[in-house]
Write a protein that binds this ligand. Structure first.
Ligand SMILES: Nc1nc2c(c(=O)[nH]1)N[C@H]1C(S)=C(S)[C@@H](COP(=O)(O)OP(=O)(O)OC[C@H]3O[C@@H](n4cnc5c(=O)[nH]c(N)nc54)[C@H](O)[C@@H]3O)O[C@H]1N2
Ligand SMILES: Nc1nc2c(c(=O)[nH]1)N[C@H]1C(S)=C(S)[C@@H](COP(=O)(O)OP(=O)(O)OC[C@H]3O[C@@H](n4cnc5c(=O)[nH]c(N)nc54)[C@H](O)[C@@H]3O)O[C@H]1N2
Ligand code: SF4
Ligand SMILES: [Mo]
Length: 715
């Protein structure tokens, strides 16, 4: 029979970049993924994992039907309607006995790349009446939420990368992560070319990263602080900018509160002190502060390297304060930064929304009295919420597009918690670690099998842009769209489902395109035009400008130095905290990402990740000191635990640092790290400390010790 061949356009949904792709089909199977050269944003770029996107859907781990765990612990196929009926009944039993707070949901990274999943999952969850909502944001960059809650928000918008003459990237390796500062949308698509073009038009790049990353290698100035010392470094930068009067007086006068107090508080962070604590040469700190502050436009943005360290909330606050004192915001009359195309655009005003400190009033957990922020409890307390006795202990958990068994701090405890639940439901197309532990695994459609649009990713695009895609290939017959599972679960539980401003009729599910249209009805892109725009739709600038402050907003100021920030700053600058060394753990474990995997996605795909594992990257000098060769096994220990890993010699890593990526490793901690890698969260946990407010665990700059491991002990 003749092979039928065709080519379709779509976009990749493994990360926020949403690269345009061309899919070559043979007999209705995707045989090749290519970059779409006509795509207005990604311009033909794809990364290694994006090009394997179709293989993810076909690999041996792909679930073609949902699964139920039997009494013997074996997973057997179950139809979605049967699973929904059972799950609804079991949730009801839990709620009848223990109340609604015993039900929880964990929202993972991959649920965000299907436009319908987050709103529908949240709509189901709201109907349960529980407050136990968790997401990866609180094991990622929730320091950014904390900053807004304590500092307030300037409503005029931020200066953009596209028109900047300086940019500072701290703790983000955007050439690999396509991140550039979560939600800041700097250098996301086609990062290498985007960065090169920016530098060609004169942008000066400062990178703050202990490692000489791919991004740092492109910088005009690379500061390589000792891991975990960002708070001191940024206090030092602020000190220089304020004492040398390089700050924006006009912006500060109108919008900043506590400026003299901040100046006094950072006065002790002299360049000499920064050099001592951070090991960044004095003159580099001076050059960085002057380069940043004397340029006219551009921000400092951060990634996980700052937001996962000790004192992450303080460090992030100081970075934000640097942007404020340099006035890196849009003023009245400037064109707005309006990248919403399908989403609703919010008018920009030259006004401050004062800090709300929502973490002081949200739902209070019995674990450490931690409170919800923005409707979520921090994932750092999820395991305790399940394990610790109490009337509202979590007994049923629904995991949507996440893999908490691999991603949560203190892996051993996280796994114990997930195993101890009365009911664990995991919606995942692959047999993840979490799926292995689940009572029900719901098999959803994967990216090229569903209708979708880019509404939730607009903040990551450089211009107002939207794309729609229909399913390109058929889903396995047993798979269900994620959103449809939540719709059916709400219906089976008799819960109202509020979605896109209306209550949906449980007997009349919308089609996916109908639901996508509902979501986008307040946007400015006509839905029918969107659906026919093959390479996406460039919406053009709205023409709006930043409006004046309203009368009631004129007195509001950004709080640069609230009392709790002040107290932490004083104690950090008193030095003893940051430089205190435990002689047993003198090295520092740091976070990193790799091109070939997106958290756990791709880690198990044959031939994608080199060697199939995540090595412990170490400086060659450290390897020599340990008597270890590249490829040998090492043991890494922290106060919280230990792991075995394959050592990799890497000159980009400074001496004294172990750089490892996350979401690898078998559930069995004794498995050979050469085959499936090592789970870094065996090293994180309570003994490494957690932030007040958001219970953010320390996941970078973790004190560790490294030992050679004879191969005989590998097993
Ligand atoms: N290819 C790929 N892309 C991804 C992901 C992935 O797994 N793979 N994950 C996605 C997700 S979920 C996220 S949250 C984003 C994260 O995006 P990024 O935050 O950009 O993540 P990384 O590339 O790990 O960059 C973190 C950098 O911080 C540095 N660092 C470590 N410790 C410190 C420190 O104490 N101080 C400073 N200043 N720097 C430090 C590390 O050396 C590293 O280069 O990436 C997203 N994109
Ligand atoms: N030690 C340490 N721990 C970390 C980090 C670190 O740097 N160091 N990083 C943290 C960060 S930033 C994050 S964001 C978290 C990541 O934590 P998670 O988001 O929990 O982890 P992922 O591996 O991204 O989980 C995504 C899951 O979704 C599944 N999936 C793929 N496509 C679909 C789909 O279409 N529908 C559904 N329903 N599921 C799908 C995948 O198979 C995978 O199991 O880890 C955190 N943990
Ligand atoms: S950067 Fe890679 S994973 Fe992200 S959307 Fe583009 S091709 Fe997909
Ligand atoms: Mo993340």
């Amino acid at each position: 029979m003749k092979t039928s061949r065709s080519r379709k356009t779509s976009y990749c949904r493994l990360c926020p970049a949403s690269c345009g792709v061309l899919l070559d089909l043979e007999d209705n199977q995707i045989v090749r993924v290519l970059g779409d050269a006509h795509h207005p944003i990604s311009g033909g770029y794809t990364c290694a994992k994006g090009r394997r996107g179709a293989d993810l859907a076909r690999g041996p781990d792909r679930l073609t039907s949902s699964l139920r765990r039997t009494d013997t612990g074996k997973h057997v196929p179950v139809s979605v309607p049967e699973a929904v009926t059972d799950i609804a009944a079991r949730l009801k039993a839990v709620v009848d006995e223990h109340g609604p707070e015993s039900v929880a949901m964990f929202m993972g990274t991959q649920q965000n790349f299907a436009a319908l999943t987050p709103p529908m999952a949240r709509a189901w969850f709201r109907g349960t009446g529980s407050h136990k909502l968790f997401s990866t944001m609180t094991i990622d960059q929730s320091a950014k939420w904390v900053v807004q809650e304590r500092m307030g928000t300037y409503l005029g918008g931020r200066q953009r990368f596209e028109t900047a003459d300086v940019w500072l990237l701290a703790g983000t390796n955007t050439l690999v992560s396509a991140n550039g500062g979560d939600g800041d949308g700097a250098v996301v698509q086609n990062p290498s070319v985007t960065l090169r073009e920016a530098r060609e038009r004169g942008l000066r790049l400062i990178v703050v990263d202990p490692r000489r990353t791919e991004t740092a290698a492109r910088a005009d100035l690379h500061l390589a602080p000792r891991p975990g010392t960002d708070a001191v470094l940024f206090a030092g930068m602020l000190n220089l900018v304020l004492s040398e009067e390089l700050y924006d007086r006009d912006f500060c006068r109108q919008y900043a509160g506590d400026l003299p107090e901040l100046a006094a508080a950072v006065a002790g962070a002299t360049p000499q002190m920064v050099e001592r604590v951070c090991r960044v040469p004095e003159d580099h700190v001076r050059t960085a502060a002057r380069m940043f502050a004397s340029a006219s436009r551009g921000m400092a943005t951060t990634g996980t390297g700052v937001c996962m360290g000790p004192h992450s909330n303080l460090a992030e606050h100081l970075v934000a304060a640097l942007n404020v004192v340099c006035g890196r915001y849009l003023r009245e009359g400037e064109p707005v930064d309006d990248r919403s195309a399908l989403g609703r655009s919010v008018p920009a005003r030259a006004e401050v929304s004062p800090p709300e400190r929502g973490f002081e009033t949200g739902f209070r957990s019995r674990i450490g009295g931690i409170r919800a922020m923005r409707g979520e409890l921090p994932s750092g307390i999820l395991a305790d919420e399940i394990l610790e006795d109490g009337p509202d202990r979590i007994r049923a958990l629904v995991v949507s597009g996440g893999n908490p068994a691999a991603a949560l701090p203190d892996r051993a405890k996280a796994v114990r918690a997930l195993e101890s639940l009365d009911l664990l439901v995991c919606i995942d197309p692959l047999m993840s670690d979490t799926a292995r532990l689940a009572d029900y695994v719901i098999a959803p459609t994967m990216m090229y099998e569903r209708d979708d649009h880019t509404m939730l990713m607009e903040a990551f695009f450089p211009i107002p842009f939207a794309q729609y895609t229909s399913p390109v290939v058929e889903a396995p017959p047993g798979a269900v769209d994620d959103w449809r599972f939540f719709f059916e679960l709400a219906a089976a539980s008799g819960q109202p489902l509020k979605f896109a401003g209306r209550v949906l009729d449980p007997d009349k599910p919308p089609t996916s395109p109908e639901a996508l249209a509902m979501l986008a009805e307040r946007g400015r892109v006509p839905f029918e035009r969107l659906r026919t725009a093959q390479h996406g739709y460039v919406a053009g600038h709205s023409g709006s400008v930043v409006g004046p402050a309203r009368a009631e907003g004129r007195g509001h100021r950004l709080r640069l130095l609230p009392d709790d920030v002040y107290a932490e700053l004083v104690s950090v600058l008193s030095e003893s905290i940051i430089s205190a060394e435990d002689p047993a753990f003198t090295m520092r474990l740091t976070v990193r990402r790799i091109r070939e995997a997106m958290n756990s996605v791709g880690t198990a795909l044959d031939g994608l990740v080199p060697g199939g594992h995540n090595p412990a990257h170490l400086n060659p000098e450290d390897l020599a000191r340990l008597g270890v060769n590249d490829g040998d096994l090492v043991m890494v220990r922290s106060k919280s635990g230990q792991l075995k890993a394959v050592a990799r010699s890497d000159r980009t890593v400074p001496s004294g640092v172990v750089s490892m990526t996350h979401c690898f490793g078998d559930l069995d901690p004794d498995a050979d790290p050469r085959s499936s890698g090592s789970n870094v969260n065996l090293l994180t946990g309570r003994s490494e400390g957690a932030q007040a407010i958001n219970a953010m665990p320390t996941m970078t700059a973790v004190p560790v010790a490294v030992y050679p491991l004879p191969s005989a002990l590998a097993k």
